[in-house]
Design a binder for this molecule. Structure first.
Ligand code: CP
Ligand code: NVA
Length: 300
């Protein structure tokens, strides 16, 4: 059987994703009981991170430790990849030594190249186009609050970035409606929007997107690697802050989500992210449980 990778959400079927979310809930309950199942003793995870991370790194390392494995964090500053060894060669070598590769990089094509040369599962820990692991935790969090999310509505307010683009894929796979409010020039890839037109709408009106929504979600206006565009982006996204007034447009039981790190006073008001509708700390914790379920699915 060929090696299964998780580069985007569509690498799993809707049935597999549903089962993964259910399993993540079971693993969370087990974790709460102090029940740690050592499923992968002696197995090794290599974590190749070409960008910064708090949640993704910590949750994968903690998850793998709970499961009994060993993880090695490989920064390009320390390994030959940073001195010009190709990703293909790095993948060929590492996959002879380890059982799973978790990779955070900029260009999605670089991740695809790495996966094409790996004989062990490769997991996307964020690229410029997609952040599928984030969505596993987000869907788990949403499901915990609202039960079956099929037919419900999410509003993504802000930049049509890697997180937003994974929300688009999630809308189709998990059967909900997604409304995106983003200014022209900062919208998701047109082809992705075109192929999801049945479940995703785009507007430049945050209030229209949020109207009656069950979940309101946002992310930073300038992602990693876009620091130089910060001033232009602050101007472009003026009026797109998720603040208490915008939250009143959503459903009364609406929740607020943010993958973090957040910039209070920019994409979200402190009163929202630190307020009663915010589920961001559960969302962060759920990275741990969802990724354990993902590792089980990929590694058996
Ligand atoms: N949400 C998320 O992926 O955070 P990190 O960049 O800290 O991993
Ligand atoms: N869009 C953000 C997500 C960080 C988890 C970024 O790429 O920097």
């Amino acid at each position: 059987m060929s090696t299964r990778h998780f580069l985007t959400l569509t690498d799993l079927t809707p049935d597999e994703l549903g089962a993964l979310i259910a399993r993540a809930g079971e693993l969370k309950a087990a974790h709460r009981r102090g029940d740690r199942q050592v499923r992968y003793p002696g197995k090794v995870m290599a974590m190749l991170f070409e960008k910064s991370s708090t949640r993704t790194r910590a949750s994968f390392e903690a998850a793998w430790t709970h499961l009994g494995g060993h993880s090695m964090f490989l920064s390009p500053r320390d390994i030959q990849l940073g001195r010009g060894e190709t990703v293909e060669d790095s993948a060929r070598v590492l996959s002879r030594m380890v059982d799973v590769l978790v990779v955070r990089t900029a260009a999605h094509e670089r991740l695809e190249l790495l996966a094409a040369n790996s004989t062990v599962p490769v997991i996307n820990a964020l690229t410029d186009r997609f952040h599928p692991c984030q969505l596993l935790a987000d869907i788990l969090t949403w499901t915990e609050r609202h039960g079956d999310i099929r037919g419900r509505t999410a509003a993504f307010i802000g930049d049509g970035n890697n997180v937003c683009q994974s929300w688009i894929k999630a809308a189709r796979l998990f059967g909900f409606e997604l409304r995106i409010a983003a200014p022209a020039g900062y919208r998701p890839e047109p082809e992705l929007l075109a192929t999801h037109a049945d479940c995703v709408q785009v507007t430049d009106d945050p209030a229209a997107a949020a109207a009656g929504a069950d979940v309101v979600v946002t992310d930073v206006w300038a992602s990693m690697g876009q620091e130089d565009e910060s001033a232009a982006r602050q101007a472009a996204f003026a009026g797109y802050q998720v603040d208490p007034a915008l939250m009143t447009k959503a459903a009364p039981a609406a929740i607020f989500m943010h993958c973090l790190p957040a910039h209070r006073g920019e994409e979200v008001a402190a009163a929202v992210i630190d307020g009663p509708q915010s589920v961001v700390w559960d969302e962060a914790e759920n990275r741990l449980h969802a990724q354990k379920a993902l590792l089980e699915l990929l590694l058996g």
